[in-house]
Design a protein around this ligand. Structure first.
Ligand code: PA5
Length: 351
């Protein structure tokens, strides 16, 4: 296993410099918080918001929906797939998110919105989505390019927060956005490769997980971050990971924590400073019940006062943890060859 404090070894395993992109995430968030749709959508408060995205480009929508749940009376749904759900009508707002702008499902959602006369805003760095938005005269938030979509989380989340604010849907106030960016800024130096393992939470988490299967559990709010951790582990470290949410997993998945197989699992509980007492109680019981049979168990928390800050910092911690899990096993955290090949085959015309 790679020594995570050996910076030369990291440079060899990570030739695309994903570590620099992650270290620059605070600057990305700062810039992202200034990005706006052009032209402005000029619509009133929508009845429902549908964020259409896949993979890394859906992650911003998940965090947005998690922040929105208790804060606004407009439902925010994340749509992963072709077309649009039937509830997306002319009084809805669709945010078509694709970092590359070339994801088939999101293009299909954008086209469905145009056909059904649903207000739609494209959130993209370019590709066919940018072209279609221009051709259809629909607003676009232009994202800076050159990143892997999953490492562009700031760009895929914060402009959407501003977009909704402009439509009267305040998922997070400007002060809460500022606080979230400041929280990421203060966390970053604690997680970068130059910070030794003894004093680096992401390295310590990766070392504790080691070769075990990570099973990430969140509560009602941090469940979105748990799913994001899982997908980051899969894409960055090229390893399986599981994610679940309390209280639902108490009604099914808990049963799987029996027997010798549990020794091969490492649970990571994503806690939240504002979790209700009944959820805190469930986490305590879960610890008690699965702790003895699990191969390992860790807890992690986001930073900051606001929900946006806590979720963004928790997701950022997951990004670094999955990064270190990748380099531990000598896997390039940047490239995703199977994902790319799958997209190539989908694009190929059928014989
Ligand atoms: O993180 C990734 O690279 C993927 O999960 C992509 O986000 C996903 O395949 C969709 O592509 P895009 O984000 O460009 O729409």
């Amino acid at each position: 296993m790679t020594n995570l404090d050996d910076l030369e070894a990291l440079a060899e395993i990570d030739p695309h410099d994903a570590r620099r992109v992650l270290a620059e995430f605070p600057a990305q968030c700062r810039r992202a918080s200034t990005l706006r749709a052009a032209p402005p959508p000029g619509i009133g408060t929508p009845r429902v918001v549908v964020v259409a995205g896949m993979g890394g480009s859906a992650a911003g929508g998940d965090l947005l929906a998690a922040c929105a749940a208790d804060a606004v009376d407009v439902p925010v749904l994340v749509h992963r797939g072709y077309g649009l759900p039937a509830l997306a009508g002319p009084d809805a707002l669709v945010i078509a998110c694709s970092y590359s702008g070339d994801t088939a499902e999101v293009l299909s959602a954008f086209d469905a919105a145009v056909t059904r006369r649903v207000p739609v805003v494209a959130l993209t760095a370019g590709g066919a989505l940018a072209q279609r938005a221009a051709a259809a005269g629909r607003p676009r938030v232009t994202l800076p390019g050159g990143l892997m979509p999953r490492m562009a989380l700031g760009y895929l989340l914060l402009p959407a927060v501003a977009l909704l604010e402009g439509c009267g849907v305040t998922v997070a106030t400007a002060a809460e956005v500022d606080e979230a960016v400041a929280a990421v800024e203060s966390l970053a130096p604690e997680l970068v490769p130059a910070r030794p393992s003894a004093d680096n939470e992401a390295k310590r988490l990766a070392l504790s997980i080691g070769d075990r299967l990570p099973v990430i559990y969140g509560g009602p709010t941090t469940g979105a971050a748990a799913y994001r951790w899982k997908t980051d582990v899969e894409e960055n470290a090229k390893r399986f990971a599981l994610a679940g949410t309390l209280p639902e997993m108490n009604h099914n998945e808990i049963e799987a924590w029996q027997g010798p197989a549990a020794k091969g699992l490492h649970a990571v509980l994503l806690r939240d400073a504002a979790e209700p007492p009944e959820i805190a109680q469930r986490f305590h019981i879960l610890r008690d019940m699965i702790g003895p049979s699990a191969g390992g168990l860790s807890e992690a928390r986001g930073r900051g006062a606001g929900r946006l800050a806590r979720l963004l910092t928790l997701a950022y911690l997951g990004q670094w943890t999955s990064y270190y899990l990748a380099v531990l096993r000598g896997r390039d955290p940047w490239s995703v060859p199977l994902l790319d090949e799958f997209k190539r085959r989908v694009r190929r015309p059928s014989p």
